[in-house]
Design a protein around this ligand. Structure first.
Ligand code: G4F
Length: 326
């Protein structure tokens, strides 16, 4: 019999890539959305799987709806991706961010514990939980957590509840501490897609600049398509554990600009960048660089797409998308 997977946040970047992976493996994929009649499924459509994902209405702020969804889908695996995931917005939206990311995850953990206790649960934890904390300039599963945004604090709560439920009830619940993962399906509000979209527009004469905040932040950027494979592997192990998933290399926003503008033959991108205070955060994480040795050893996982290949993939996709059809 086919395995059943429940994915919250199925319409997002990770939901789309994971759905494609699980469908390929023969799973029945149930995707939770707020309102299936009005859900924006462009990412599932891009991957040509929109008609194969079975949508189900549910809301992380509504316990009863989660119980209904878990009972109806009888999942073998649950992947909790639904979140308010834009860090910068979390200072304005701190209560809603906590309601969804922290208490929402707890509601789902309770629904799974009570109605599908044999299910394996994946919590989307994040490298933002480290803040500026590091060990030898990198972060791994042992690095102390010191979040620097309401978003990161909400995710920290969900992370520790997942660990606590595993330890309290012996359930197969794990957390993936994922570093930034990008793709052409990334939302336009994140800096990578904002840059590749802007670069494509500049090349096509549709824009003359990109407005950005800090160019100094360093991030460990990997390809989302690689990262969903690690999530699935975590749930196939004999023992539930938490893993860091990252590339182990870090780049500044400036490096990303270098690579993206190079794709359209521009070496000096400075005239095309406007520094805009609106995009600076009250507090930023300065440097993230993950050590994923544990995942490489236990899961046999490693990233396949390099930074340069990722930037090229995203710029090319935005150029194709924005070029007028003949
Ligand atoms: O692309 P970002 O918005 O991603 P951020 O904040 O690192 O968070 C992403 O990765 C996390 C994993 O580490 C996830 F948990 C989270 O949900 C999200 O997916 O910003 C990256 C960096 C920041 O330092 C930001 O200050 O880029 C800097 N930046 C500079 N100008 C900008 C901009 N970020 C955005 N979004 N927009 C700008 O104009």
């Amino acid at each position: 019999m086919a395995k059943s997977a429940l994915i919250t946040g199925v319409a997002g970047q990770d939901g789309a890539y994971l759905s494609a992976l699980l469908l390929e493996k023969g799973y029945d994929v149930h995707g939770m959305v707020h309102d299936k009649k009005h859900a924006d499924l462009w990412r599932l459509e891009e991957l040509q799987i929109a008609d194969r994902v079975q949508l189900v209405d549910g809301d992380l702020t509504d316990q009863k709806s989660l119980e209904r969804v878990v009972k109806a889908t009888e999942p073998d695996e649950v992947y909790n991706f639904a979140a308010r995931s834009f860090v910068a917005a979390s200072w304005q939206d701190s209560v809603l961010t906590s309601e969804v990311n922290a208490l929402g995850a707890l509601r789902l953990l309770n629904a799974v514990k009570d109605h599908a206790p044999k299910a394996r649960y994946y919590q989307a934890s994040t490298s933002e939980m480290y803040g500026n904390s590091h060990s030898d300039n990198m972060q791994d599963e042992t690095t102390p957590l010191h979040p620097r945004s309401p978003y990161a604090i909400s995710k920290l709560f969900a992370h520790w509840m997942t660990v606590n439920y595993r330890e309290s009830y012996g359930l197969f619940f794990c957390s993936g501490i994922l570093f930034n993962h990008e793709s052409p399906l990334r939302g336009i509000e994140f800096v990578t897609r904002k840059i590749t979209d802007g670069v494509a527009r500049i090349k096509l004469g549709l824009a003359d600049h990109i407005a950005l905040g800090s160019l100094d932040a360093e991030r460990d950027w990997g390809f989302a398509g690689d990262y969903v494979k690690a999530m699935w592997l975590m749930l196939q192990q004999d023992e539930a554990q938490d893993f860091v998933i990252s590339t182990g290399t870090t780049h500044t926003v400036r490096d990303f600009l270098d690579a993206a503008f190079q794709e359209i033959g521009i070496d000096n991108w400075k005239p095309y960048i406007q520094q805009d205070e609106r995009y600076r955060r009250p507090l930023d994480v300065e440097r993230l660089c993950g050590k994923s040795d544990k995942a490489q050893k236990i899961l046999g996982w490693k990233p396949e797409v390099s930074f340069e290949a990722l930037v090229r993939m995203m710029v090319e996709w935005d150029l194709r998308r924005l070029t007028p059809k003949a």
